[in-house]
Design a protein. Structure first.
Length: 95
């Protein structure tokens, strides 16, 4: 049962990074393109304000972290938090 929750948590975190991240080399955001294809605004006030795809991506990552923490024992939670933050920093610096 915990395996399914962990898979969902990892999927949420990865999709959050791809949805909310901008690829520096290409200046390309998958979340922005997805919002445009769906006919939704990317920004709350034209080109400023709340960046919806970034906000949604952050929410996905946080939900994934909360779900992952709910499936592991207290001893390992600190390690998982450090690993997730390190991975996010590495992914952000690469892309």
């Amino acid at each position: 049962m915990y395996i399914k929750r962990r898979i969902i948590a990892i999927t949420l975190m990865i999709s959050g990074v791809f949805l909310g991240g901008t690829w520096k080399g290409a200046k390309y955001s998958l979340g922005d393109k997805l919002f445009l294809v769906l006919g939704l605004p990317v920004w709350s006030e034209g080109t400023t304000g709340w960046h919806y795809s970034g906000l949604l991506g952050s929410i996905f990552v946080l939900l994934g972290i909360v779900l992952m923490n709910a499936t592991i024992d207290k001893k390992k939670r600190g390690y998982v938090g450090v690993v997730v933050i390190a991975i996010l920093i590495i992914v952000n610096s690469i892309f």
